[in-house]
Design a protein around this ligand. Structure first.
Ligand SMILES: [Zn+2]
Length: 478
């Protein structure tokens, strides 16, 4: 990823000033007030809750033996408190996984890192972003369904994966034993908000070496403008029409806002993505090329469902999902890898994608030769978007950029802009190997990822634009 811009907060240096006497008088008044409040609190007293800060929405009551209540409501005795939770409630903070045992420090959901008990193998993810405002909620929404097949690596009766609070499940999640095809009984499914987990307790532990499939057949969330997960970007086109598109930013934890997943870089898996769109001129793009397109009628509306080819094993943070009406420039590498530069139609008609389109195939060829490893995917798309938090993001096969870091307008851009664009393209395409093909298991090693890409970008630019003398810049500045 290339970094965000820093903004000057522009705070004024002006202020108000007090005399020493006024300050001394104020201090005396404040001390008297604090003493008075302290006395009142001591006299009146208040209920205490050890987990006030951690459990703002739970109900406290005195400790008592645990009881399982009907209708999915259980009472769990914790350390120094009792927390009443409802299965499926979005606000609980302590999983209801065992009504007879108090949570201990060994409870796997307390660890902010996923346990290695279950390893994802393959996801099927279907996402339908609705690009019209939902009248009932006055928000934009997306709908989805997903499955994930996982391997039982260490026997456990807990399934812990990431699912952000913004993701609302319309139906219960189901687990199937792949060997027998039978459904595994789910005893409870409770969020643990501090770690953005869903904690599923099954009636029996998984068998080491067997695979299982988790099915979330209907969920939805807000298609916000928060630049995280799948989100919406808006622009006015050359004809004055207001357009809403759906794009994504998964690094570092956006995927869990979009579908339930093992959302750590080391938990790689293959993915089949299906995206839906229903507007004229719009289409879907993802990491891999499309392999199938069907129409489906949903709520009396006809939608196009585009299914994309299976990805290589990859991290969730590198997924890219786009539904838009953009145009593109196209090219190809020496080995036939398709390259495209996508942007708003007006900018492509204005030839602003031409420079990026001219150098990108060469950058990929230089890098493939330098690493002696072919570009790993069948296509390389790059897209400029209006609303993007980072400078650019190296999603595998579909890199997203701020417009200023990919588009070159000969009428207003400078020579230095061209140099910057070449550097950022070199950086993001270097990540297609460093970071995407070879990935650090955890974020503490992100410096390796960024360090290599920040160095190799100079070699990439040297290969396609030697007149920029990028390697001599390294010598001069480092
Ligand atoms: Zn980077």
């Amino acid at each position: 990823m290339s970094g965000s811009m820093d903004f000057d907060d522009g705070r004024s240096k002006k202020g108000y000033y007090f005399s020493k006497a006024a300050v001394a008088g104020s201090v005396v008044v404040v001390i008297l007030m604090l003493l008075t409040v302290g006395l009142l609190v001591g006299l009146v007293g208040r209920p205490t809750c050890a987990n006030d800060a951690a459990a703002p929405t739970t109900t406290s009551s005195p400790p008592k033996p645990t009881t399982t209540l009907p209708n999915d409501v259980t009472t769990t005795t914790g350390n120094n408190d009792v927390t009443t939770t409802t299965a499926g409630d979005n606000d609980v903070t302590t999983p209801n996984v065992d009504a007879t045992t108090a949570p201990t420090s060994n409870d796997p959901w307390l660890n902010s890192r996923l346990p290695n008990t279950l390893l994802p193998i393959h996801y099927n993810v279907k996402i339908r972003p609705v690009l019209d405002i939902d009248v009932a909620t006055s928000t934009y929404l997306f709908y989805g369904s997903s499955t994930v097949q996982y391997l039982c690596n260490v026997s456990t009766d807990y399934i812990i994966m990431h699912s952000h609070a913004e993701l609302i499940y319309d139906n219960d999640i189901k687990i199937f034993d792949d060997k027998t095809g039978s459904e595994v009984t789910v005893e409870s499914n409770t969020p643990y908000r501090p770690n953005q987990y869903m904690v599923i307790k099954t009636s029996s532990p998984c068998v080491v070496g067997d695979t299982y499939t988790m099915v979330a057949d209907s969920f939805h969330g807000e298609l916000g403008d928060d630049l995280t997960g799948i989100y919406r970007s808006e622009y006015d086109n050359e004809f004055g029409d207001h357009r809403v598109i759906a794009i994504s930013q998964m690094e570092s934890t956006g995927a869990r806002h979009t579908f339930p997943c093992f959302d750590e870089p080391g938990f790689k898996a293959t993915f089949n993505i299906t995206l839906y769109h229903n507007k004229p001129d719009f289409y879907s793009i993802a990491n891999m090329p499309p392999i199938d397109s069907q129409t489906e009628t949903i709520n009396s509306e006809v939608w196009s469902a585009t299914k994309f080819d299976t990805t290589p094993i990859m991290s969730t943070y590198l997924l890219a999902l786009v539904v838009c009406d953009f145009l593109y420039e196209h090219g190809a590498t020496a080995t036939g890898v398709q390259t495209r530069i996508y942007s708003r139609p007006e900018t492509i008609k204005n030839d602003e994608g031409k420079f990026a389109s001219e150098i990108s195939p060469g950058v990929l060829d230089v890098l493939a030769t330098h690493f002696n490893v072919p570009y790993p995917l069948p296509k390389s798309d790059q897209m400029a978007v209006s609303d993007f938090g980072a400078g650019a993001m190296e999603n595998w096969g579909l890199v997203l950029y701020r417009e200023t870091l990919l588009l070159f307008d000969a009428n207003i851009s400078s020579v230095h802009d061209k140099y910057s664009i070449a550097q950022v393209i070199g950086h993001e395409l270097a990540h297609q190997w460093f970071g995407n093909l070879v990935t650090a298991a955890w974020w503490n090693e992100i410096w390796l990822n960024e360090g290599f890409a920040s160095y190799v970008q100079y070699i990439a630019v040297e290969g396609v634009k030697p007149e920029y003398k990028p390697v001599s810049v390294i010598s001069a500045t480092h």
